[in-house]
Design a protein around this ligand. Sequence first.
Ligand code: CS2
Length: 467
Amino acid sequence: MTTTTVPRLSRELHGRPVAPVRIVHLGLGNFTRAHQAWYTEHAPDAGEWGIAAFTGRRPDAAEALAPQDGLYTLITRQADGDTFEVISSLSAVHPASDTEAFLGYLRSPQTAIITSTVTEAGYMRGADGHLAVGDPAVAGDIEALRADAEAAARTTPGKLVGGFLARRAAGAGAITVLPCDNLPDNGPTFRAVVEELAERVDPTLLDWMRQNVSWATSMVDRITPATTEGERAAVAESQGYDDASPVPTEPFSEWVIAGDFPAGRPAWEKAGAGIVDDVYPFEQRKLWMLNGSHSLMAYAATIVGHETVADAIADPTVRGWVEDWWDVAGKHLQVDAEDVARYRAALLDRYNNPRVRHLLAQIAADGSQKIPVRILPALRLERAAGRLPDGPVRALAAWVLHLQGHGAPVKDARESDVVAAAQGTVAEATNALLGLLASDMVPDEDLVAAVVAKAEEILAQVGTAKG
Ligand code: CS2
């Protein structure tokens, strides 16, 4: 590739001046760069709202972005071509380990918001929904922060507790936590684990948090695949500069936010974000319809032989499986039938976009965190009504098969637990996995028998995917 012949992207070359840091973000990955950073860039007061972003699982993001002053190119892939835009709302990028910088921002009264894209697993919840105090990383953070308030915390709840201790000591006042992860009620969920950790470190912090920390909730949506070398080359060729870390994304984007921002916030609504009183109906619709069908395809369609969402949805068998799931999930949403129909049609358009190469193997990761919030709630409601519909039963069967070695490779925050539970027959695996993640749903012999039948049906389709 001829990246040496073009200059590296920089603020000097391209982009607005560095905005003062007023937002601290945890979990610098492609998603937040296509979403929150884009909304912040497009807010009319963008010049007053810089983001300092800390990496999560991908330390290389800071290494790539620091030499280009936090700038990067967002490549929006329409079905008929690309548009390129330089995003300059990241004022600073740091590796996750830079505790000193993190605490420094938290001590500043200028910092008004902490946002997060740390994934479902980042909340460090156990199967009972509470903070996983037995997890070595959580236990380590509690011990370290008890001994030294400025210790380097490893988990997200630990980082927040360390940050709040520093903010209290500095008298820096009110702040809002705005989670941007795919979890129902992400604000209250985040708050609960952080409070549980705080109580163990320093119970007096809880009072300060009640007076100074607001917990907002948000629904986030934008399909954002991982970057490939092809995108870097496309930027160099068409834009005339080298960007070591461009982000490909789809045209569609949605952000719905509820909460208080006592220290202020960018005018995100002017950039298209929805500000509402209750995020739940939006969150449930997105999590069940989009993310639920994503997870179904990530397992079932990779077993059949597909690699991307666009390939999978073009296969009439897989498309039928997705429709079966939507028929069930759509019934339980708190939105009217017309809205569900419109949403389904829009999702099909988004999935069919051939220029968004969204790998199913990427979506397959962390099923132990995703299946319980994307698939099981609708299945539970159906079981309570005495029904065993195809859609959710098939999704569960596909996940069990995946954990037994079919389709996409297994990559999971609780890999050893779920792989151990998935040993044996499909019936044994189903029982053990439900026992682990949804103990209220076992025993249920009829459900297990239905999962076994659906697993056989899926395996009968192996090899039917074309090229
Ligand atoms: C996907 C999501 O990887 C996954 O689990 O379902 O990241 C999905 O692409 C986004 O939520 C879309 O907004």
